[in-house]
Design a protein around this ligand. Structure first.
Ligand code: PLP
Length: 329
C-alpha cells in the first residue's frame, strides 16, 4: 500500500513498518451477479492481506508512525483481527504488544495473536469492555493505545482501500460500496480519500453511495441512520458471529453517519443466518474465502437490491474484509 506514500503520513526517506500489506485483488463476481440480479458485482478481497484481514493496512500505518514518534510498547482492544494485526506489526517493529480480546473470540484468532508473541488478556465482555481495560493498561504502563480512532493513523492506512479501488477501476468509482461496519474505520477512511481524490482532480463524476451493513444482533449504526440521529445509542447486548461487527458503541459514529448521508447511501442489518449464507455463497460460487463480515456485504447488497436502493444496472463493490479460515475452529 506504500506505493501511495504521497497520500500517506510517511516522510520521503522513511521506511514503513511493513509486511507487504495492500495490493489486494478486485475480483469480478460475475456468476453471483448473474444469479442474484446485479449489473456488476465486484469483491475487493482483503482476506489475502498479511494477518488475514484489512486491519493490516491501518496497523501498518499506526505502528509506523508510532515507532517514528518514539512509542516503546502498544496496547489494543479488539474483536479479533486488529489484535492479530497489532501483534504482527509490533513484532515487525521489534516492540511488545498487549491485546485485550473478548473470551468469546474465535479460537484460531486467539491462537494467531499468541503466536505473534503478544501478551493476550481475555475479557468477559465485548470490545467496549476491552477498551476500558486497554485504556487503564495504557495509563498504568505508558503503552500507546492504538484503538480505532484514538490515534490518527489507522484511518490513513485504510484510505488505501479507496485509492486501490479507484486505480483498479481506471480512476473511476463504482455506483455503490457495501461495507461491513464495526468501528467504521474503513468506511470513514474511504470517504476521506474519495473526497481528497476529487479535490485533487484525480477522479471526477459522482462519488459512490456508501452502505453500511451490520448484524441484527448489533446494529447501532443502522438504528441511528434510520432514526436520523447524529450519534449512535450503545447497543445493549451485542451478539453476532461476525466478530468484527460486534461493536456496540463506535467512537466514530458521527463520521460514519455523515459519510453514509453525504454519499446518498444508507445502512442495513442482516441476520447471522443471512450473513453466514452470504459467506458460503462467496466461497462456493466464486471461490473467495469470505469472513462472516464479508458474507454480510453480500447479504446486505441482496437486501438493498430488494428495496430498490441498489438498482439492477448499478456497479457494486463488496468488501470481503477478512479471511474465513480464521473463524473456523
Ligand atoms: C474490524 C473488522 C470489520 C469492521 O471494520 P471497521 O472498519 O472497524 O468498521 C469488518 N470485518 C472484519 C473482518 C474486521 O476485522
Amino acid at each position: 500500500m506504500w506505493r501511495y506514500r504521497e497520500w500517506l503520513p510517511l516522510e520521503d526517506d522513511e521506511q514503513a513498518v511493513s509486511l507487504g500489506e495492500g495490493g489486494t485483488p478486485l475480483l469480478d463476481a460475475s456468476r453471483l451477479a448473474a444469479s442474484e440480479g446485479f449489473g456488476r458485482l465486484l469483491v475487493k478481497d482483503e482476506s489475502v492481506n498479511p494477518t488475514g484481514s484489512f486491519k493490516a493496512r491501518g496497523l501498518a500505518a499506526a505502528v509506523t508512525r508510532a515507532k517514528a514518534g518514539g512509542a516503546t510498547r502498544f496496547v489494543v482492544p479488539t474483536a479479533g483481527n486488529a489484535g492479530i494485526a497489532l501483534s504482527a506489526y509490533a513484532a515487525r517493529a521489534g516492540l511488545p504488544a498487549r491485546v485485550f480480546a473478548p473470551r468469546s473470540t474465535p479460537a484460531t484468532i486467539l491462537a494467531q495473536i499468541r503466536c505473534y508473541g503478544a501478551d493476550l488478556e481475555l475479557i468477559d465482555g465485548h470490545i467496549g469492555d476491552c477498551g476500558k481495560a486497554a485504556r487503564a493498561w495504557a495509563t498504568e504502563t505508558g503503552a500507546l493505545d492504538v484503538s480505532t480512532l484514538r490515534e490518527p493513523y489507522r484511518i490513513e492506512g485504510k484510505k488505501t482501500l479507496g485509492l486501490e479501488l479507484a486505480e483498479q477501476l481506471s480512476w473511476t468509482l463504482p455506483d455503490a460500496i457495501v461495507y461491513p461496519t464495526g468501528g467504521g474505520t474503513g468506511l470513514i477512511g474511504m470517504w476521506k480519500t474519495f473526497n481528497e481524490m476529487r479535490d485533487g482532480g484525480w477522479i471526477d463524476g459522482p462519488l459512490p453511495r456508501m452502505y453500511a451493513v451490520q448484524s441484527t444482533g448489533c446494529a447501532p449504526v443502522v438504528e441511528a441512520f434510520d432514526q436520523r440521529a447524529e450519534r449512535c445509542t450503545a447497543w445493549p447486548d451485542p451478539v453476532t458471529v461476525a466478530a468484527g461487527l460486534r461493536v456496540p458503541g463506535p467512537l466514530g459514529d458521527r463520521l460514519i453517519l455523515s459519510a453514509l448521508r453525504e454519499s446518498g447511501g444508507g445502512a442495513v442489518s442482516v441476520t447471522d443466518a443471512a450473513l453466514t449464507d452470504g459467506a458460503t455463497q462467496l466461497m462456493r460460487v466464486e471461490g473467495i474465502d469470505a469472513a462472516p463480515e464479508g458474507g454480510a456485504t453480500l447479504a446486505g447488497a441482496r437486501e438493498l437490491l430488494r428495496r430498490g436502493a441498489i438498482q439492477p444496472q448499478d456497479s457494486v463493490v463488496l468488501f470481503n474484509t477478512g479471511a474465513g479460515w480464521l473463524y473456523r475452529g
